[in-house]
Design a protein around this ligand. Sequence first.
Ligand code: TYD
Ligand code: MG
Length: 455
Amino acid sequence: MAKASANFVCQSCGNATSKWSGRCDACGEWNTITEEVPLSQGPGGKTLGATRGRKVALSDLATTEAAPPRTASRIDELDRVLGGGLVPGSAILVGGDPGIGKSTLLLQAAAAFARAGQKVIYASGEEARAQVRMRAQRLGLGEAPVQLAAETNLRDILTTLEAEKPGLVIVDSIQTMWVDNVASAPGSVAQVRAAAHELTTFAKRHGTSVIMVGHVTKDGQIAGPRVVEHMVDTVLYFEGERGHQFRILRSVKNRFGPADEIGVFEMTGGGLAEVLNPSALFLSERGTPAPGSVVFSGIEGTRPVLVEFQALVAPTPQSQPRRSVVGWDGGRLAMILAVLEARCGIPFAGLDVYLNVAGGMKINEPAADLAVAAALLSAREDIAVPPETVVFGEISLSGALRPVGQTENRLKEAQKLGFSNAILPKGGKATGKSGMSLSQMPDLVTLVGEVFGAG
Ligand code: TYD
Ligand code: MG
């Protein structure tokens, strides 16, 4: 039975409960639960089946409607992440930390789509018109045919959209939008959910593409865009480290294209610039190979990307040694340390371990296991891996190495960037066509013996 009074909602993850508590059971955040008025109640509180609705038209799968044409912004990094351009009537969420550059990216996108012939409206609930105009001037977009609106009342915005019939509307941000028939504060889960629902429905009904900006906040004060993710067609995250100028636009869900695709940008004084060769960028700060540094040949979406893993292993006076990771998964690091200890007899007890992906990149692929292991061993033994070498492969708990997908693409990218050796698992589909010299290894013990001469 559905909970009739489940109207205490966690502002962080959207989990609903029937009573208040200090800590959300679902996501573990503190002080995030507030009471909200339920979104809708049927007439007299009856279940849906009790009153009859209208019959819905059904159709078969084989309808021959041509796929609607996509609009390309000609910002290649953006178009690729969208799956080849903007699909009419699609709802897109762009999430990211405050200040990472979402408004900048979307203003540039608005101008690009406008120049490609779309009618574009940019509705800002955060900045005044003058502020947006000033930013446009700075970005050199002052002449772009984009219509501006500074408004937070969604009813007014929808009325305007209905009259203007734009091809694309950008709503910055979904947390500032206010739906006047929902009785809670702007930014609450109920408001964010209602606003996203209204905009998504509008997109489908009128064939207008909607891009919504959503701030991701950890303190739970403003509802995260997670509650919106299931409603929209495409979810993009704009990521990056504050200290670095690289920004990565990553698709985590896309009904019209591949997920896990990335677009790489660089934040410059004149806005975001496309980075067409990310491998060269991520390796640009690399000097001569030092112990602890290993180049990983990864696949991001449909593209191979080379990144550098850096490890530092140092004795610690503490009884609890530190395990610090930036850009990779901490749990996966613990697993690799355990495998090195259990299968290769190389202990890391009493040693602090720091692991870092250079350039502020985040890596999720298990294929990076072997590169991480090589970086850790190299740092611990103080032996640099052979020069001009890339490493990739997955490590299983037994210490065996498992081949990974797209071996040939990884090798080709490495060769293109001047690498000549690769350390990879045995049994992959490496044909040697790439001209790289390959060291194929069956297990981690072989790596330890052959590359680091230890054991
Ligand atoms: P912004 O797009 O306002 O971030 P968000 O909308 O995600 O909150 O970006 C803000 C940051 O970007 C700000 O710290 C300054 C920087 N920035 C540049 O470095 N160059 C530029 O041309 C612009 C417009 C912003
Ligand atoms: Mg902004």
